[in-house]
Design a protein around this ligand. Structure first.
Ligand SMILES: Cc1cc2nc3c(=O)[nH]c(=O)nc-3n(C[C@H](O)[C@H](O)[C@H](O)COP(=O)(O)OP(=O)(O)OC[C@H]3O[C@@H](n4cnc5c(N)ncnc54)[C@H](O)[C@@H]3O)c2cc1C
Ligand SMILES: *[C@@H]1O[C@H](CO)[C@@H](O)[C@H](O)[C@H]1NC(C)=O
Ligand SMILES: *[C@@H]1O[C@H](CO)[C@@H](O)[C@H](O)[C@H]1NC(C)=O
Ligand SMILES: *[C@@H]1O[C@H](CO)[C@@H](O)[C@H](O)[C@H]1NC(C)=O
Ligand SMILES: *[C@@H]1O[C@H](CO)[C@@H](O)[C@H](O)[C@H]1NC(C)=O
Ligand SMILES: CC(=O)N[C@H]1CO[C@H](CO)[C@@H](O)[C@@H]1O
Length: 545
């Protein structure tokens, strides 16, 4: 029987269209690549199901998916075309920078995802392989950190922020005793050890998230709140309600009695946090550049339909006048935010709330925030990293902190390192504020003593609300349709998105091509192999066959 596709193909409905070829196959719609219309090359598909994969989203998940498919292609000698779509005009999604004063000559600041750690082996490896440069997150900032409860600082430390070096703060130990930090460090280490299984030759592979969570022995820590978990470990409540909460609020905008314990532990892990000089998005640009994907930016995918129960997928986007056919589709964006009209029967994806976050970047010539605002004595210096706890409200009925975090991030500098001075000849610092509500210009002038230079605001649906959970979104929405961001309710980071993408690609290559990411991926019994190289990163490297 002739596949129905041929009938439609003769109506010219599914001719592929090739637009302008730019570096790394960057294809922009015609209105971006000059006034010329895209050149249409009519070409009948040689069979009903073209060897083509659509990836929707060019953030950490989608860009790495393109990279992983290319790795698998190379290893198996597969012939697979890859199209990546993103509605944004840039690669990186929630990873993007802005330049102070929108001046490209100035060192940019991260507007979204900022930090990753050495144990984030995909990102770490990518930075090395792609010749990018890492910088310490708080490099050159000699700051003091305070935990603000809306009325007073429940804790202040000097020399480094909680973000990068939380445990080495002697004052923290004094306040909470030795046991809480030591025990917490053990719990974080255990979580990290389990996480590292994801890079081993015997990494878990999953077709549903519960199975991944169970393989990583995380079932318990995603099913209870951080508060419950730390209480069960007999850890001082003040420690979890103040210090752990400062970490969960700056990392995930959520309190310890709401966020799951894994979210709490991950928030405490950033020891030695790094960023990429010039912007983390460059990792994702390089994933794409080092793949064989064609990229369609500023292109919205409008609908996805199933051609016939066993036939190809039909993807309608703003890049092409005609829909394009695919053998498989990888959805690498939060399902409910895509506004894609799915005209097919899918495994239902439960509604997933995201934290709506206001990010305010600004420059100020005030070397520290207004001490009076923080009820400090006149003449004293307020901390330059202000984290927050909700415990003032919860336990003492006090006022709510007006922001989640307020952190200084070094001086405004030119790319050559030279300090930029404002019209008064003063140097300025870059400050980042995370808040649930918009912070007004008046508020900024008050908190920075009237010395505010540039201000930039952005609202994000930043990350999943990490509620305790025993059920997760489906990874496979239908035959040939895969969903990377199903992993986000477990944990939402750039790194875990690259891991979730790797898993989906492994699954897709297996199911659709009888292949995989690594040729030797089926070899069992590697768990026992303790001789595995520390530097081995599954996917980048493959176990010896
Ligand atoms: C302020 C902030 C701070 C953060 N801090 C950190 C941090 O320090 N470290 C860390 O690891 N993570 C951090 N995160 C989380 C991190 O950004 C995310 O976990 C990660 O970037 C998600 O990547 P993704 O590719 O899954 O999704 P996204 O980056 O959101 O990519 C999805 C892409 O899909 C595109 N898209 C959606 N619908 C369509 C459509 N219909 N057609 C075409 N394209 C579509 C979108 O335009 C988007 O570019 C932070 C996030 C925010 C917002
Ligand atoms: C999830 O996957 C595991 C093994 O991979 C399987 O045993 C289990 O039945 C799956 N659960 C669901 C709900 O599909
Ligand atoms: C993106 O495309 C739209 C039309 O779909 C156009 O109006 C807009 O200017 C483009 N954006 C950029 C940044 O080029
Ligand atoms: C500092 O904060 C206090 C209290 O909010 C406010 O009254 C004062 O005006 C601020 N100082 C400056 C210089 O803005
Ligand atoms: C794995 O180990 C078990 C027992 O240790 C053995 O029976 C089995 O054959 C091994 N499998 C492979 C693929 O080596
Ligand atoms: C698919 C692809 O382009 N892969 C290349 C990525 O970069 C490495 C080294 O730079 C090349 O060896 C691959 O061929």
């Amino acid at each position: 029987m002739r596949p129905p596709i041929v009938l439609l193909a003769t109506t010219a409905a599914f001719y592929p269209t090739y637009a302008f070829q730019l570096p790394f196959n960057l294809k922009l719609p015609a209105f971006l690549s000059g006034s010329q219309s895209p050149i249409t090359v009519p070409q009948l598909p040689d069979n009903a199901t073209p060897n083509r994969v659509a990836i929707i989203g060019a953030g950490a998940a989608g860009s790495s998916a393109a990279f992983w498919i290319s790795k698998g292609k190379e290893r198996y000698g597969l012939d697979v075309e890859i199209d990546v779509y993103d509605k944004n005009p840039y690669i990186g999604g929630r990873s993007i920078t802005v330049h102070p004063y929108e001046d490209d000559n100035l060192e940019p600041a991260e507007l979204g995802a900022s930090i990753f750690i050495k144990n984030n082996k995909n990102l770490w490896r990518a930075v090395d392989e792609f010749g990018l440069e890492r910088i310490g997150f708080d490099e050159g900032v000699d700051d003091t950190m305070g935990i603000w409860d809306g009325k007073e600082f429940v804790l202040t430390t000097s020399g480094g922020s909680l973000l990068s070096n939380w445990l080495s703060k002697v004052k923290i130990l004094w306040r909470y005793g030795w046991r809480a930090p030591t025990k917490t460090q053990d719990l974080v280490n255990t979580m990290v050890d389990r996480f590292l299984r994801l890079y081993s030759p015997a990494t878990p592979r999953w077709s549903n998230i519960s199975s991944a969570v169970s393989d990583l022995e995380w079932t318990e820590v995603v099913a209870e709140t951080a508060a419950e978990y730390f209480d069960l470990q007999n850890i001082d409540k003040r420690w979890s309600r103040e210090l752990v909460e400062a970490a969960t609020r700056v990392n995930y905008g959520q309190n310890v009695d709401k966020i799951h314990a894994l979210g709490g532990l991950v928030s405490l892990a950033p020891n030695g946090a790094s960023s990429v000089k010039g912007g983390n998005f460059q990792i994702f640009e390089n994933f794409i550049a080092n793949s064989t994907a064609s990229v369609y930016l500023n292109t919205t995918v409008k609908s996805i339909s199933h051609f016939s129960p066993a036939g190809p997928w039909v993807v309608e986007s703003t890049a092409f006048e005609q829909p394009r056919l695919y053998r498989s589709v990888i959805l690498a964006a939060p399902f409910h935010q895509t506004n894609i009209n799915f005209k097919a029967s899918l495994v239902p994806v439960p509604e997933q709330p995201y934290v709506h976050l206001h990010v305010t970047l600004l420059s100020t010539s005030s070397p520290s925030p207004n001490a009076t605002y923080f009820n400090l004595a006149k003449g004293s210096k307020a901390p330059t990293s202000v984290l927050t706890t909700y415990d003032g409200v919860r336990a003492r009925g006090g006022p709510e902190p007006e922001f989640n975090s307020l952190t200084y991030h070094g001086s405004v500098r030119a790319k050559d390192g030279e300090l930029r001075r404002n019209a008064q000849g003063d140097q300025e610092w870059v400050v980042k504020i995370f808040s649930e509500e918009r912070v007004s210009d008046e508020w900024l002038q008050k908190v920075f003593d009237g010395k505010v230079g540039w201000v930039y605001r952005k609202e994000w649906d930043a990350y999943t609300v990490l509620s305790p959970a025993v059920e997760f979104p489906p990874v496979k929405l239908a035959e040939g349709l895969y969903y990377v961001n199903a992993f986000e309710p477990v944990i939402s980071t750039m790194e875990t998105e690259t891991i979730a993408a790797r898993n989906v690609v492994d699954l897709l290559l297996k199911e659709q091509y009888g292949a995989g990411l690594c040729k030797s991926s089926s070899s069992a019994n590697l768990t026992e192999d303790t001789s595995v190289d520390e530097d081995f990163v599954y996917g980048w490297d493959c176990p010896a066959a």
